[in-house]
Design a protein around this ligand. Sequence first.
Ligand SMILES: [Zn+2]
Length: 261
Amino acid sequence: MNSTKLIDSHVNFGHELLVNSIDKIVKESLDNDIHRMLCINSNLYDFNKDLTLVNNYSCIDISLGHHPNLVDIIDLIEIEHLLELHLNQSKKIIAIGETGLDFYYEANRTKQIDSLKIHFEVASKFKLPVIIHMRDSEEQITPLIKQYRDKVPNILIHCFTGTGEFAKKCIDLDCYFSISGIFTFKKADNLRKTLKILPKNRIIFETDSPYLTPDPHRGKVNYPKYLKIILSKYCDLVSMETKEMSDISNSNYFNLFSINN
Ligand SMILES: [Zn+2]
């Protein structure tokens, strides 16, 4: 691969497997041409911790949000309060999320929907894009994306693993998609098929470190440096040059998050 600069759009730097080695991870990332990363906040009570971790790195952006699987530890009123409080205090936040609907487990479905609506409302007030996490919830999330699509600047479906039918609906609603290492897994035939229909000008890439390590490193801790594998396997899948796709996805990242580059 000839010096292709890449952006990892989803890194959980606050995770216990990464939190103590940020310096090393950033250095390794830069050595591997990952020149920008987005630190994802997924627990509003941890935002200050996440911000302190990455505040001094100009190559790391940060998001603000509360993960659907964590809604039981927080009151809805507190979600709204903490979102607004941090948005008023930190200029580094480029997106709201991750928020969303995760219906893989039975718990808290109504509260997840209410939390997602609050994230959308605040994003619309502060004119920020929204990063959506979703699992087993295509039917329930589609009307919400429709309802809020024009109220927020952009919507990103992170770690896209949806069906072709859902992909088409999101394409019609002009959403962005981020592609993680899941499609490199042996059993991901359906996903590989669906990825081929996503428009190139709406695609960005992510590792979701420390989760979802791409093949052939599956089972180990994931790091942003493995983004190269994801890009190169995606380019194999759609018969494209990595340099061309990384240029496109970099400008998608800047458009999606309204960053002047
Ligand atoms: Zn997620």
